[in-house]
Structure formats: C-alpha cells, structure tokens
Design a binder for this molecule. Structure first.
Ligand code: PXP
Length: 239
C-alpha cells in the first residue's frame, strides 16, 4: 500500500490571489521527500485549480508515481499522451460540481472508451485506472474493457453519518475490492479520506494499493506543515 498525494488544492490557494505561490510542484517535492510514493493532479476542463503550466512542472518535479486524473476528453487525452504519466485516472466531470461527485457510469462510457480512449492509453504504456463506485456491474465492464486498475470511490464511506451507513459502505467496498482483485486488476481508493477514517478503511478493505488523498491532507498541512502531515498519514498506513 502507498500514499499518493493529490495537490490540486495547493493550486486552489495559489489561484485565490493570482500569485505564483504556493507552488504545486514545490508541494509535490515536499510530499515525496516526506515519504509519499507519488502525486496526483486533476486537470479539469475549466482549469479551476491545476493549470497547464503546472502539469509540465509536475512532470519535471515528480520522481515517483505521477497520476494524471482527468475526464476522457480529446483535449485531455492529447495532454496526457504528451506528458506520459505513470497512471491516468479517468473520472466523470460535471461543470457545476465542487469536486468529483461519483464514479464513471461504465454502461454509458463503454463504447467511447473501447474505441477512442483505452487503445491510445494502452499504446502509450500508461496504467489505466477507472474511478468507480463500488458497483459490481461497473467493475465487470471495466475488466472487460481492459482497465488495469480501479480506484474505488470512498466518498460515501467518508460521509457516512451513522454506524449503519458506515457498515453498509464498508461492506460494498470490501466486496468490490475482492471482485476487482479476482478479476486481476489493482485496487486503489480515494475521495474524502482523512486522518479519522483512513485507518477504518485500511482495517476493513483488502487488497488496497494506491491511496489518493487531497483536500483533508492539504488542509491539515496549514497547521502542521506538509511534511509532518504526510508522515502522520503514512503512520496510519503503517509505512
Ligand atoms: N480520487 C479522485 C478520483 C478524486 O476526484 C479526488 C478529488 O479530486 C480524490 C481522489 C481526492 O479526494 P480528496 O480531495 O477528497 O482527498
């Protein structure tokens, strides 16, 4: 298991004043030096946080795993093929959403992914990760289309407000992780994870490999600094 830090919200803070700081690439270096295995960034169509220039700087700065999270648009595919990250995580993207709100609906993207998206990423040798809700049919279709990895959407688990809901979400994630593993794909997880819920996820869900954490980690770093915050997450992960 390893930690990938999503540095989108370093760019959010930078963009609030239009200055050159804080710099996402500098944050990436600090995270990696503190022990993170790699960095995730989401270049959104509206460029609300990470911008094109950041992508090129991150490509240069990141020594470990670089995970390019994106919607499967022609524009993003072109940038991704130029950058050649280690992992491309495909997500749905809604213009009005504050953050990614759900996993991909595999039925609706299947034909486009099969014909336009998966073949070019495979050809480029980039690991293909699909961000999915813990839904068996979506996972089956992801395997059929040739995904290497599924990133399980942990948002509903993170937002569970009582123990009945929490247990229900844990069960779904557990069953999905087993299914993904049995289908020969890698199990990643992310969204809404923090210092309080990460331990519960890890104790209960098997086969987890890359854990992607952004908002809570970057927020805590305002008080603790990025290095200490990354190390606290790594402790929970027994790294
Ligand atoms: N994984 C995916 C696919 C995401 O869209 C996000 C949010 O950008 C994350 C992980 C990280 O979520 P959070 O910022 O809530 O830690």
């Amino acid at each position: 298991m390893q930690l990938l830090v999503n540095i989108d919200h370093v760019a959010t803070l930078r963009n609030a004043r239009g200055e050159g700081y804080p710099d996402p690439a500098e944050a990436a270096i600090v995270c990696e030096n503190a022990g993170a295995a790699g960095i995730v960034f989401h270049l959104r169509g509206d460029r609300r946080h990470i911008r094109d220039k950041d992508v090129y700087q991150l490509k240069k700065a990141v020594k470990g795993i670089l995970d390019f999270e994106m919607a499967a648009t022609g524009e993003m595919l072109d940038i991704c093929l130029e950058i050649k990250p280690d992992i491309c995580t495909l997500v749905p993207e809604g213009r009005e959403e504050l953050t990614t709100e759900g996993g991909l609906n595999m039925e609706s993207v299947y034909d486009d992914f099969e014909n336009q998206v998966i073949p070019v990423l495979k050809e480029a040798g980039i690991e293909i990760s699909l961000f999915l809700d813990p839904v068996s049919r979506d996972i089956e279709l992801a395997a059929k289309i040739g995904a290497d990895t599924i990133e399980l959407h942990t948002g509903p688990f993170a937002n569970a407000t009582d123990s009945r809901k929490l247990n229900y979400e844990i069960e779904r994630l557990k069953e999905s992780a087993v299914q993904i593993h049995e289908l020969g794909m890698k199990v990643n997880a992310g969204h809404g994870l923090n210092l309080d819920n990460l331990g519960i996820l890890i104790e209960n869900v098997p086969y987890l490999e890359d854990i992607s954490i952004g908002h809570a980690l970057v927020s805590k770093s305002l008080f603790w600094g990025l290095e200490r915050t990354v190390k606290e997450y790594l402790k929970i992960m027994h790294i």
